[in-house]
Design a protein around this ligand. Structure first.
Ligand SMILES: *[C@@H]1O[C@H](CO)[C@@H](O)[C@H](O)[C@H]1NC(C)=O
Ligand SMILES: *[C@@H]1O[C@H](CO)[C@@H](O)[C@H](O)[C@H]1NC(C)=O
Ligand SMILES: *[C@@H]1O[C@H](CO)[C@@H](O)[C@H](O)[C@H]1NC(C)=O
Ligand SMILES: *[C@@H]1O[C@H](CO)[C@@H](O)[C@H](O)[C@H]1NC(C)=O
Length: 189
């Protein structure tokens, strides 16, 4: 074996040896991608088939804030809302937002969202984004943090810009426009 071959052999063997000692594997995680998504979040709080339901509230004598009668501090909602292509509730459904919203503001109405945004059509069918973030619902424009994801959105992180498109507290209908920017990797494990 000449010196060149010996060098090559050492280069090949050393990392393998290192890997076996550490019980870990090293490989490229692939290219980072940036994806933009746009959809509408359709929530129905009232009627026969609400998509968001209150599952827990705090005792009245503990929380009594007239400025926040709808979802007082301490209210927990379970949500399964359709996500549509357009603002019209009858437009094509492209996914669902499923999870929890916790009314967590003592001084002003805000929710903490712990939600999965799962997509059911197009390139990201079967993939989902995880959101864990404060949602200041009374502000027309606001932001949510995207902290992870599944499928094509593994290791995703990013943000969603939210704009209330329509809200009617009499009918309990809320439509929110989402513009999402996520960084994620295209890799197969
Ligand atoms: C809570 O508010 C309601 C009406 O706004 C009032 O009738 C009730 O007495 C209040 N309760 C407490 C504990 O302050
Ligand atoms: C209700 O909220 C206001 C601010 O919106 C706050 O000043 C007030 O102390 C709150 N009342 C209670 C009983 O928590
Ligand atoms: C999305 O994926 C599911 C499961 O693989 C499949 O049944 C469905 O037809 C797909 N929908 C679209 C619109 O591609
Ligand atoms: C809000 O909903 C109520 C009940 O469905 C309806 O009568 C009213 O016209 C709606 N208001 C707006 C501004 O859409």
């Amino acid at each position: 074996m000449d010196t060149n071959h010996l060098h090559l052999l050492l280069l090949l063997l050393f990392p393998l040896n290192f890997v076996s000692q550490c019980h870990a594997e090293y490989h490229s995680i692939g290219k980072e991608k940036v994806t933009n998504l746009h959809f509408f979040y359709q929530e129905t709080l009232k009627g026969d088939h609400p998509s968001a339901i209150v599952v827990a509230t705090a005792k009245d004598n503990i929380v009594n804030n007239s400025s926040n009668q709808l979802s007082p501090f301490g209210t927990v909602l379970v949500i399964d809302d359709p996500l549509t292509e357009g603002p019209d509730p009858n437009s094509k459904v492209v996914g669902r937002a499923q999870g929890l919203a916790v009314s967590a503001g003592q001084e002003k109405l805000l929710f903490v969202f712990a939600m999965d945004f799962g997509f059911t059509s197009g390139e990201f069918n079967g993939s989902s984004l995880s959101v864990l973030s404060r949602n200041t619902v009374l502000e027309t424009e606001r932001e949510l943090a995207v902290v992870g994801g599944q499928g094509k959105f593994r290791m995703a992180r990013g943000f969603a810009k939210l704009r209330t498109h329509y809200s009617n507290y009499t009918s309990g209908v809320i439509i929110v426009e989402y513009t999402v920017t996520v960084f994620h990797y295209e890799f197969v494990v």
